[in-house]
Design a binder for this molecule. Structure first.
Ligand SMILES: C[S@@+](CC[C@H](N)C(=O)[O-])C[C@H]1O[C@@H](n2cnc3c(N)ncnc32)[C@H](O)[C@@H]1O
Length: 265
């Protein structure tokens, strides 16, 4: 209730907490992503929810957990946490019909979702978060360095958020890590599509990979960029973007030439 200049406004909170607070991520590791940004990365990457999905820098597990929720078509938040379900005028049958029509009750694929990180604490946090989200059985977690990943032969999507520089990390170490990332992806992820979130595009030059597309996204008010490779053969840029753009109004596609300029900036 708000009283201002003899006017009284009564507002009803119909949705509860902010949508990016899904409620599962009580345990965090270094630099966790917003849950909505992780979901947006998956949508923009064009991941088909059936092919393997790999995040070799999973931290607290946000990307693999959002992937498992997406594949299972689980709602971002349990019904019990959505306030408008309790309003007297709420038409439950109408909403349930919509959910059924969206395929919510049909059998769903169980994709292989592989998540790893070299940090044991991060893996413990990711497992606890996945448990809370109800998707721990759908994700293969392991503690391992990037150099030790073993992706399956059947190609899928790498969607990941490598370290991109904090006061904890030295620039030289990061350049070496990105160079290693290029070598590992080339040697073990042939045919995979790649989507890498980065705020500092110049690090990506060390990978030696040629990224075909770039999409700008916002992370808590900060601009971040998702670089993608290997999509041209499978998903046209328009298709890849339209699915995510519905949910992410601030998605901007940048042509390859512009993307190259940005990588040099
Ligand atoms: C930016 S964080 C990822 C955050 C994650 N997306 C989340 O939402 O929590 C980067 C992660 O990379 C991990 N990492 C750094 N170097 C690595 C390496 N060589 N191999 C595997 N993981 C590494 C760190 O432990 C950290 O958890």
């Amino acid at each position: 209730m708000r009283l201002e200049n003899d006017y009284c406004s009564i507002s009803v909170d119909s949705s509860g907490a902010l949508l990016h607070r899904r409620g599962y991520r009580l345990a965090t590791a270094k630099a966790p992503l917003r849950e909505t940004l992780a979901a947006g990365m998956l949508l923009v990457s064009g991941w088909d929810t059936a092919s393997p999905l790999l995040d070799p820098f999973c931290g607290s597990g946000t990307i693999p957990i959002e992937a498992a929720l997406l594949a299972k078509k689980y709602p971002a938040r349990p019904k019990s946490a959505i306030r408008f379900y309790e309003l007297a005028q709420f038409r439950r049958h109408g909403v349930e019909r919509l959910v059924a029509r969206s395929g919510g009750n049909s059998p769903l694929p169980s994709p292989l979702i592989i998540a790893s990180d070299r940090d044991a604490g991060a893996i413990r946090a990711a497992q606890a978060n996945a448990e809370r989200a109800g998707v721990s059985e759908g994700i293969e977690f392991s503690r391992r360095a990037l150099s030790a990943i073993e992706p399956p032969a059947c190609p899928g999507w790498v969607v990941t958020n490598p370290p991109y520089g904090t006061r904890l990390t030295h620039q030289k170490d990061l350049r070496n890590l990105y160079a290693q990332m290029g070598n590992v992806f080339r040697a073990r992820c042939a045919g995979w599509r790649l989507a890498v979130l980065c705020t500092r595009p110049y690090f990506l030059r060390n990978t030696g990979l040629e990224f075909e597309e770039e999409v700008s996204l916002m992370n808590g008010g900060l601009k971040v960029r998702l670089f993608m490779e290997g999509f041209r053969r499978f998903v046209t840029p328009g298709q890849a973007l339209s699915s995510g753009a519905d949910l992410l109004p601030d998605v901007i596609a940048v042509r390859k030439s512009e993307s190259q300029n940005l990588m040099n900036s």
